[in-house]
Write a protein that binds this ligand. Sequence first.
Ligand SMILES: Nc1ncnc2c1ncn2[C@@H]1O[C@H](COP(=O)(O)OP(=O)(O)OP(=O)(O)O)[C@@H](O)[C@H]1O
Ligand SMILES: [Mg+2]
Length: 294
Amino acid sequence: MEGVFHVKQFFSFPSRSPYDIKVQIRTFQDGKMGRIISISKQKGGVGKTTTAVNLAASLAAAEKRCLLVDSDPQGNATAGVGVQSLRAGLYEVIVDRVRPEHVVCETCMKGLHLIGSTGDLIGAEVEIAAIPGKESLLRGSLRPLADTYDFILIDCPPSLGFLTINALTAADSVLVPLQCEYYALEGLTQLLKTIKAIRSRLNPSLSLEGILLTMYDNRNNLARQVAQEVRSHFGPRVLETVIPRNVRLSEAPSHGKPVILYDVVCKGAQSYLALAKELMGRSSFKDDKAKGLG
Ligand SMILES: Nc1ncnc2c1ncn2[C@@H]1O[C@H](COP(=O)(O)OP(=O)(O)OP(=O)(O)O)[C@@H](O)[C@H]1O
Ligand SMILES: [Mg+2]
């Protein structure tokens, strides 16, 4: 991690009305583009939102400019960074074509911005059904922000529907959380097929950021076995950092905080800080053969 980590330094209070905040969006002077990472898996409850919130917070703690995009109508990522009410969010960006910088809001974490989700998002697909190129709407909105942020993380809903397709079309890479339990690989083949289809039709440069083992319990034989099998099958496509099962990770969202603001020394917080460090230190699979999808 870059520099020494002090929690207080990263704490800020979310505004009551995030929409009204005039967020100071700085632009890179060096022209370097940020990385857009979609956190996707059609299976529910595998740790997508926990990863999106805590990875984003850990990157912000490492002084990376970070934007979290909540692409799930459940709005868990929005609440997870302390934003309780929103006047506008991703729905307005996708359906009303509002410029994303007009809905970006601040969060409880300094350096971490949010495009939040409101329940309306569930109707977005139906409302734009007839629009040509509807799969690329998010891409068109987020790409211009890639020179403003170092990382843009998109938290996807548990499906391979319209919102996930938009996220994968907008992204440079996809991070796939995989829970260390029986049926862990369920749906992974389908997701990898979808990623390949999106690469051939909509987003040729989409690559695999990596498979992330989540909710790992070292005392559980099955978890150890699953982790071993996944590593022997997917090799370097599996990230080195493993996220342990840790109760502090499940408690933090009820306080509207990423875990590093709730209990920075717990294993869950330390593992997401390690994940941020791992991702900052490597690039995703670059060339076609090694894109991790072969
Ligand atoms: N490493 C962990 N240790 C303990 N609990 C965890 C961990 N990761 C996630 N959880 C808990 O498991 C539940 C599901 O996690 P999360 O919401 O991140 O999954 P998800 O994939 O986003 O779910 P959905 O598909 O419904 O959006 C939550 O209650 C969360 O707090
Ligand atoms: Mg979720």
